[in-house]
Design a protein around this ligand. Structure first.
Ligand code: NAD
Length: 297
């Protein structure tokens, strides 16, 4: 049986680790706080109390952590993955981090005899629960093939997009599109309400035409209800738009709408709304328009 060491059992990592168990993999789980580790153990996983313990005996190690410094902290150093995993271990980082950090980790991992892939995901908490994530993978073709069975257990659309770091570059583009789409859906909702239109009827017909998109399908109902439990936290999307704007600048390309949305997401973060779902951009559009849901719903 392949044993997977899984580090980072949060909103995404928790259900992904459970789906690996369901698919018949052994899973040893570690998380900074102990609650998620206990939850995994109750479902048949093996609890670990350190990174070193999580990677011991594992042939595959997955990380699903918030940000670049978190992945670097867990991968590097004496207590980290690279120092403790057996040579030949496949290390798959599925967090969303900076492409240059992913490329650096791949280089560093190879120096420690590990095979490294960056494999960020899209599809949200529901995609993680349903094992239907889109997974964009950077690294060598051989390592991608070796990871396939594990990735199949957590995702549905799994594509090798290029060398180390390429998965994170594609994920950055994903986050640009998602943030921009949320902002436009939020603006449409405020616009429709201001005209006294039945927003639920409007969303239904919009979703069937050229304006149809996954935000309308999956987030509009909770946005209309004013419910913003995460989901995907504003703080994480703020982090991702920082990655997008820096990578665009590095490549010398202009992303004017993306830059504007990055500012709006940053404003939500600055106003203390970082733990709300990213669809709470609606609150900012309402604020800019001087309306509240209660006024117009
Ligand atoms: P989360 O904050 O819910 O989970 C992160 C987990 O990592 C937490 O349980 C935290 O305790 C743990 N952790 C943090 N530092 C640690 C450390 N040093 N050692 C061990 N555990 C540590 O975040 P999430 O929503 O699950 O997102 C994880 C990653 O996936 C992020 O990079 C995010 O951008 C990306 N992502 C999230 C979603 C989503 O919808 N939530 C979708 C796609 C991608």
């Amino acid at each position: 049986m392949t044993t997977v060491g899984f580090i980072g059992l949060g909103i995404m990592g928790g259900p992904m680790a459970r789906n690996l168990l369901k698919a018949g993999f052994g899973v040893t789980g570690y998380n900074r706080s102990s609650g998620p580790v206990e939850a995994l153990a109750a479902q048949g996983g093996r609890p670990a109390s350190s990174v070193a313990e999580a990677v011991r005996g594992a042939t595959v190690v997955i990380t699903m952590l918030p940000d670049s410094p978190d992945v670097e902290a867990v991968a590097l150093g004496e207590a980290g993955i690279f120092a403790n995993a057996a040579p030949g271990t496949l290390f798959i980082d599925m967090s969303t981090i900076r492409p240059d950090v992913a490329a650096h980790l791949a280089e560093h991992g190879a120096g420690s005899g590990l095979r490294v892939l960056d494999a960020p995901v899209s599809g949200g908490e529901q995609g993680a629960i349903d094992a239907t994530l889109s997974i964009m993978v950077g690294g060598s073709a051989d390592d991608f093939d070796a990871a396939r069975a594990v990735l199949d257990a957590v995702g549905k659309t799994i594509v090798h997009v290029g060398p180390a770091g390429a998965g994170q570059t594609v994920k950055a583009a994903n986050q640009l599109i998602v943030a921009g789409t949320i902002e436009l859906v939020a603006e449409a909702i405020v616009f429709l309400r201001a005209h006294g239109v039945d927003t639920r009827a409007a969303v239904k017909v919009l979703a069937g035409g050229l304006a149809g998109n996954a935000i309308l399908d999956r987030k509009a109902a909770s946005m209309l209800a004013g419910k913003f439990e995460p989901g995907f936290r504003i703080d994480l999307h703020h982090k991702d738009l920082g990655i997008v704007t820096a990578a665009a600048r590095e490549a010398g390309v202009a992303i004017p709408l993306g830059a504007a949305v990055a500012q709006l997401m940053g404003a939500m973060h600055a106003q203390g709304h970082g733990s709300l779902d990213h669809s709470a951009l609606l609150l900012l559009v309402e604020q800019l328009s001087g309306v509240h849901q209660g006024d117009t719903a």
